[in-house]
Design a protein around this ligand. Structure first.
Ligand code: NAD
Ligand code: MG
Length: 399
C-alpha cells in the first residue's frame, strides 16, 4: 500500500527545537514520516535520531562529521544516505519527498536552506528567526512568489498567528488589528541591578527561568536581543509597521503574545511554556493534534504580571528597533554583530554588558545600503562579522 504519511525534513534536528519536533512526531507515527534530518556536527545526536526514526537521508554541515556518521551507519547496517556541507543541507531542504520542512538551524547559516525549501513552495515551519531578520522583505517575496506556506514556530509569532483574524491575510490593519503585543519573559537577569550585569557568566545567562533552549537563543533572551529579533520577525511575517509592535515583559511566560483590536478586544494565546505546542500547531494547522504538553492549570499559575521592558539595562531591544527603523541591511548587520558578540561572551572574551556596546559600534561603522539582493545581505553580514571581530579584539574584556 502507498505510504500516505507526509514526509518531514528537520534542519537543526539535534538542537532544542529539532528534538522537540521529533518528540511531537514520535506521538504521530501514522500521520508523519521523518524523511530527512540535518545538523552541523553532533554525530552522536544524529545517530540516535537515525536509529529511532530511520530517515531516508541526512545531511551534516561539517564534512568530518558526515564521514564519521557514514561509517557509524555502515557499522550498524542502517541504509541512510549522508550528504554534507551547505549544499547537502539545501538539497534535503529542497527534496520533493518532504513537503514539510522545519527550519531550526541557529543563526545566519539557516537562511539558504530555509530559502531552498521556500522556493519549492513547501510548508515551512520557521524557528530560525535570524533568517527573516537578515533578509525580511526578500524572504517574504520568495514565499509569495513560490506559493510557500510559512508558519511560525517561535512561540510569540505562533501565538500571534493564532490570534490574528485571518492567518493568511496580509492586510491585518484593514481587518481592525491595532497592535501586536509580544511578550518577553525578561530572562534570567530581569531583576539584576545594572551595576552587576558586567559580571554575569555564560552559565547564569543560559539558565533560563521558563524555557530550556540552545545556548545562543538563551543569551539572546538574557540580553533581550531575542525580543528585538522577534520584533523584526513579526514586522515581516505579518506585514505590520514597527510602531504597531509593542513588547511587554511577562515573567510567567503563560501568555505567549497578544493581538489588540480597534474595538478594544485583546486576544491572547496561553499555554505552558513548551515549544511542542507551537510545533504541533504548525505541523497540523489548520487541524490540532496532541503535543505531549501538560494542560494549563491557571490556579497553579495564580497570577499573571506584565511590565514595561527596561531599555536602560537591556539596550539590545532598543538597538533592534533602531535597526528596523534604519532599514536596508541594518537588521542583517545587527544580527551578524550579535552572533559574533554572543559567541564572544560564551567564550568569555566579552562581558555581558559589552554585547550591546559591540553591536552599537558595528551598526555605526557598517555602510548602510539597500537590502535589494541576497548577495547584498550576505556581503553586509560578512563585513559586520569582520567589524565585530575587530571591535572584540580591541575592547573585549575577559571574564
Ligand atoms: P540549538 O543550538 O539547540 O540547535 C541548533 C541546531 O542547528 C543544531 O541541530 C545544530 O546542529 C544546527 N546547526 C548549527 N549550525 C549549523 C550549520 N552551519 N549547518 C547545519 N546545521 C547547523 O538551537 P535551538 O535552541 O534549537 O534554536 C534553533 C533556532 O530556533 C534558533 O534560530 C532559535 O532562535 C530558534 N528558536 C528556538 C527556540 C527554543 O525554544 N529553543 C524558540 C524559538 C525560536
Ligand atoms: Mg520566542
Amino acid at each position: 500500500m502507498a505510504d500516505s504519511r507526509q514526509g518531514v525534513c528537520i534542519l537543526g534536528a539535534t538542537g532544542s527545537i529539532g528534538q522537540s519536533t521529533l518528540d511531537v512526531l514520535r506521538r504521530h507515527p501514522a500521520r508523519w514520516r521523518v524523511e530527512s534530518l540535518g545538523a552541523c556536527r553532533d554525530v552522536e545526536g544524529m545517530l540516535a535520531a537515525c536509529r529511532e526514526f530511520r530517515p531516508r537521508c541526512v545531511a551534516m554541515g561539517e564534512r568530518a562529521a558526515a564521514a564519521q556518521l557514514r561509517e557509524a551507519l555502515r557499522l550498524e547496517g542502517l541504509p541512510i544516505e549522508v550528504l554534507e556541507g551547505a549544499t547537502g543541507m539545501e538539497a534535503i531542504a529542497a527534496d520533493a519527498a518532504s513537503p514539510i520542512v522545519v527550519a531550526a538551524i541557529v543563526g545566519a547559516a539557516g537562511l539558504r536552506p530555509a530559502l531552498a525549501a521556500v522556493r519549492q513552495g513547501k510548508r515551512v515551519l520557521l524557528a530560525n528567526k535570524e533568517a527573516l531578520v537578515m533578509s525580511g522583505a526578500l524572504f517574504m517575496d520568495e514565499v509569495e512568489r513560490h506559493g510557500a506556506t510559512l508558519l511560525p514556530l517561535d512561540s510569540e509569532h505562533n501565538a500571534l498567528f493564532q490570534c490574528l483574524p485571518r492567518p493568511d491575510a496580509v492586510r491585518h490593519l484593514e481587518l481592525g488589528v491595532s497592535e501586536l503585543i509580544l511578550t518577553a519573559s525578561g530572562g534570567p537577569f530581569r531583576q539584576r541591578p545594572a551595576d552587576q550585569l558586567a559580571w554575569v557568566t555564560p552559565e547564569e545567562a543560559c539558565a533560563h527561568p521558563n524555557w530550556s533552549m540552545g545556548r545562543k537563543i538563551s543569551v539572546d533572551s538574557a540580553t533581550l536581543m531575542n525580543k528585538g529579533l522577534e520584533v523584526i520577525e513579526a514586522r515581516w511575517l505579518f506585514d505590520v509597521p514597527p510602531e504597531r509592535i509593542r513588547v511587554l515583559v511577562h515573567p510567567q511566560s503563560i501568555v505567549h503574545s497578544m493581538v489588540a483590536y480597534s474595538d478594544g478586544s485583546v486576544l491572547a494565546q496561553m499555554g505552558n511554556p513548551d515549544m511542542r505546542t507551537p510545533i504541533a500547531h504548525a505541523l497540523s494547522w489548520p487541524e490540532r493534534v496532541e503535543s505531549g504538553v501538560a494542560p494549563l492549570d491557571l490556579t497553579r499559575v495564580a497570577a499573571l504580571q506584565f511590565e514595561q521592558p527596561d531599555l536602560a539595562r537591556f539596550p539590545c531591544l532598543r538597538l533592534a528597533f533602531d535597526a528596523l527603523q534604519q532599514g536596508g541591511v541594518a537588521p542583517a548587520v545587527l544580527n551578524a554583530a550579535n552572533e559574533v558578540a554572543v559567541e564572544g561572551f560564551l567564550a568569555r572574551r566579552l562581558r555581558f554588558t559589552q554585547i550591546p556596546a559591540l553591536i552599537e559600534a558595528v551598526l555605526e561603522q557598517a555602510p548602510s545600503v539597500a537590502a535589494d539582493s541576497l548577495e547584498a545581505v550576505f556581503r553586509s553580514d560578512h563585513e559586520a562579522r569582520e567589524l565585530a571581530a575587530r571591535w572584540m579584539a580591541a575592547y573585549g574584556e575577559r571574564l
